[in-house]
Write a protein that binds this ligand. Structure first.
Ligand code: ADE
Length: 246
């Protein structure tokens, strides 16, 4: 998977994604990330990429020309038309299903705005998806693009190792993840739940599902309701049996 990020702050993007699991994925060629500096494409001899908005109002707007030419420099190198994701609080709110959908693409172009946004005309011409990472406003699209790249990358086969499996993630089955414990068995007077020491895989599976349900009901009633609607009680029992090694 190739991520192409159109940005005014290429170092921020490259440095922010060059650690830990993503660094390993980059080293192994499972993902590639390039940050394209929009400023390199401006026709303005002073390197300007923004200007005042028509109609008045505070702040500067990124102009259409440098954004379009930066996008074209990437798109012209690609074998087919790539989706262009514009990071904006006005977009659809990003979630795990969207991460899974994007992870099937060969190339993805992210467009990061700054200042008051980007001239609408270039957005109309090149953007295929408008995505927000939540109902709050950031100073630019770089952090949202990095969030998306991280969550998409870990769904690409081979990026996570066995012990880091995405299969048990929160949201993967519509529920939050169950609590987990490592050594020692007792810490600060708190003991690991006995069932996890029992070696009984079926029992462990049942306990984990019950914990997931309880947590989701308490913390995310919206997810819980959707899950209960989609999984009548009988089916939930079968799921426990099916998903546990016997
Ligand atoms: N740009 C500024 N705020 C944002 C947000 N919440 N999501 C995506 N892009 C943004």
């Amino acid at each position: 998977m190739n991520f192409h990020v159109l940005t005014l702050f290429p170092d921020m993007v490259m440095q922010g994604l060059d650690t830990s699991i993503l660094r390993r994925a980059l080293d192994r060629g499972l993902i590639r990330i390039e940050a394209v500096n929009i400023r390199d494409y401006t026709d303005n001899k002073h390197g300007k990429v923004d200007d005042y908005t028509y109609g008045g109002g505070a702040g500067l707007l990124m102009q259409a020309q440098p954004v379009y030419d930066a996008w074209k420099s990437v798109q012209d190198r690609l074998p087919s038309k790539a989706r262009v994701v514009y990071m904006t609080p006005q977009g659809a709110v990003f979630n795990q299903d969207m991460a899974a959908e994007f992870s099937a693409e060969e190339d993805l172009i992210f467009l990061c705005g700054h200042y008051e946004g980007i001239d609408e005309r270039v957005l109309e011409e090149i953007v295929t998806d408008e995505v927000s990472i939540g109902d709050y406003v950031l100073t630019g699209g770089e952090l949202p693009a990095m969030v998306m790249i991280d969550s998409i990358s870990r769904l690409i086969p081979g990026v996570l190792h066995n012990g880091e499996s995405a299969g048990t993630d929160s949201f993967q089955n519509g529920l939050l993840e169950y609590p987990q414990y490592s050594r020692p068995e007792s810490w600060h007077g708190k003991n690991v739940p006995g069932v996890l020491l029992s070696g009984d895989h079926a029992k462990v599976g049942e306990w984990r599902l019950a914990q997931s349900l309880e947590r989701t009901k308490e913390r995310r009633p919206d997810l819980y309701e959707a899950y209960v609607k989609a999984h009548p009680p009988q089916e939930r029992k079968r799921r426990v049996k099916r998903t546990n090694p016997s």
